[in-house]
Design a protein around this ligand. Structure first.
Ligand SMILES: Nc1ncnc2c1ncn2[C@@H]1O[C@H](COP(=O)(O)OP(=O)(O)O)[C@@H](O)[C@H]1O
Ligand SMILES: [Mg+2]
Length: 275
């Protein structure tokens, strides 16, 4: 057994053998805007390298405007990149179709108000043309998993913000994606609901075994959620550090009062230059 495997066993993390699901080296992204016949360039990501393995829960933390959403959009296939190397997909280069293999959760739940919660959860399956009967069964299972049993027939406005966001998480999982990308998913929630959602998310991560990348600008949230933490500097994004978080799994909120938790939080503050 290697030292990393020892560590993974000790912390209850999945092993990270073999090829990563996402491999990035010196990734670079330039936004271009045409104005008055001239093209203006804006460097959003300058140098980001990391390996994300299947089953990881990577928290991506950095100051506002540093390029976190840009990176997620690149992973989701919504943006290309302008330099460096990026490989996403199964080992051996099996083709990776982002529409089929990525689930996304945004800061706002963005549910369609004229659809019921169940129909909202089924939306990606409808778009992808998946079997509706199977999708309906799966949607009920997912609603149960996110604690919304019995709410499938409600409309979004009948649910609280936290419940709507849980429906959005169920929707992100309906087509059984390999990769779940979350962009500040709990930013709009009150502090207590946010902590509860953090616990829910860790449970869903454990139960599904999927690969999650979650963007946050909360350092505490990044440390609490991550099996690994990627720290980005102020824009253009450069990787300040990428490290495993060796806190016990499954995690309870008590871990936040532990000395080890404080050490990780301090480490991220130091990397971001916060005194
Ligand atoms: N479509 C775009 N065109 C031009 N600039 C953009 C675009 N999207 C984002 N930016 C700029 O790129 C930088 C990084 O943005 P973003 O990835 O949204 O940061 P974050 O999610 O970390 O707050 C910001 O300065 C932002 O203004
Ligand atoms: Mg953002």
């Amino acid at each position: 057994m290697t030292a990393t495997q020892d560590l993974e066993t000790a912390t209850g993390l999945p092993t990270r053998d073999g090829e990563p699901l996402i491999r990035m080296r010196q990734l670079r992204k330039v936004y271009r805007k045409k104005s008055g016949g001239k093209t203006q360039e804006f460097l959003a990501v300058s140098d980001v390298s990391m390996d994300i393995h299947a089953g990881d829960m990577v928290s991506l933390v950095g100051p506002s405007g540093c390029g976190k959403s840009t990176l997620l959009k690149i992973f989701a296939g919504l943006h290309g990149h302008d330099g460096g190397e990026l490989r996403i997909g199964a080992p051996g280069g099996t083709s990776f179709n982002p529409g089929r293999n990525v689930g996304m959760v945004f800061q706002q739940p963005v549910l369609l108000k004229w659809r019921t919660i169940l129909e909202n959860v089924m939306l990606p399956a409808d778009i992808l043309g998946l079997d509706r009967k199977k999708a309906r069964v799966r949607a009920h299972e997912l609603l149960e998993m996110v604690g919304l049993t019995g709410f499938g027939d409600k409309r979004p406005y009948e649910l609280s913000g936290g419940m709507q966001q849980r429906a959005a998480i169920a929707r992100a999982l309906i087509h059984d994606p390999k990769l779940v990308l979350m962009d500040e998913p709990f930013g709009a929630l009150d502090a207590l609901t946010r902590e509860k959602m953090n616990l829910e998310m860790l449970r869903i991560w454990r139960e599904t075994g999927k690969t999650f990348v979650v963007v946050t600008h909360s350092i505490q949230e990044a440390v609490f959620l991550g099996s690994h933490c990627a720290v980005l500097t102020a824009g253009p994004a450069r990787m300040a550090d990428f490290f495993p978080i060796e806190l016990p799994n499954p995690r309870s909120l008590h871990v936040k009062t532990s000395a080890e938790f404080g050490v990780y939080v301090r480490r991220v503050y130091d990397l971001l230059g916060v005194e």
